[in-house]
Design a binder for this molecule. Structure first.
Ligand SMILES: [Zn+2]
Length: 237
């Protein structure tokens, strides 16, 4: 399986780090894709963009190393992600190259997901690129004619939450191992230490445990499954 996680800023991936680590440990190919280098983050106010970019790219690469994921960067520009045809096509070419079976990105409804325009735009772009990747004409037009259109079903997951407002898509839980949860917590702690966040390891692990309890497993991450190709269950229970 090929898994892509598509986010605008290094640190947006914290919410799915356990899922990604879990899949990487299972032998799946996992790639973290960032659409910007997050050069406008307020933490770095006054610092030259080139310097911020280097720091944040370093964070991204460090986290990918912890998870066991590959990395890809686009430079759409912090606060400039617009889900334009060009940006969507750039992602579509990447999809045609990496051929994802599943994609994870921001939700567009929770406070965290909707608070930054890049979060909403990257989620839109990540979704629309699935359709564009199916079109040979797009790959031709945007300079990758050698790639085969990516036409197989892609499951599209967005960060999920229990409380309203709900987008109306099914909330699904992905069971993750304890080792993957610990790796996810390590990712969180890495960023928390750098940015001076208070939320730490205990809350992170409690959240995964609570999600797991609701789903009947030890630990879980939760997502809205926006584009399903829902697999048939073998039996009701
Ligand atoms: Zn962000």
């Amino acid at each position: 399986m090929n898994i892509l996680a598509v986010f605008p800023h290094p640190d947006d991936e914290i919410g799915c780090a356990a899922t990604l680590a879990h899949h990487a440990a299972l032998g799946d190919t996992v790639t973290l894709v960032w659409t910007t280098y997050g050069e406008l983050a307020s933490h770095f106010a006054g610092k030259p963009h080139a310097e911020v970019r280097t720091v944040r790219e370093g964070h991204a690469r460090h986290v990918a190393g912890l998870i066991g994921a590959g990395v890809r960067f686009f430079d759409f520009g912090d606060t400039r992600v617009s889900s334009s045809r060009e940006q969507n096509a750039a992602l579509a070419c990447l999809y045609a190259e990496l051929r994802p079976d599943a994609i994870i990105t921001w939700d567009e409804t929770s406070p965290g997901g909707s608070s930054h325009p890049d979060h909403r735009a990257t989620a839109r772009s990540a979704f629309d690129a699935i359709t564009l990747a199916r079109l040979p004409g797009i790959l031709q037009e945007f300079g990758r004619p050698e790639l085969e259109a990516h036409r197989k079903p892609v499951r599209f997951y967005q960060y999920g939450h229990y409380s309203p407002p709900q987008p109306g898509w099914p909330l699904v839980h992905i069971a993750v191992s304890e080792a993957a949860v610990n790796l996810g917590a390590e990712v969180l702690e890495f960023y928390a230490q750098f940015y001076g966040w208070k939320t730490g390891r205990e809350n992170y692990i409690r959240d995964k445990k609570e999600s797991g309890e609701r789903a009947g497993v030890e630990y879980a991450d939760k997502y809205f499954l926006r584009r399903g190709y829902h697999p048939a269950l073998e039996r009701l229970v």
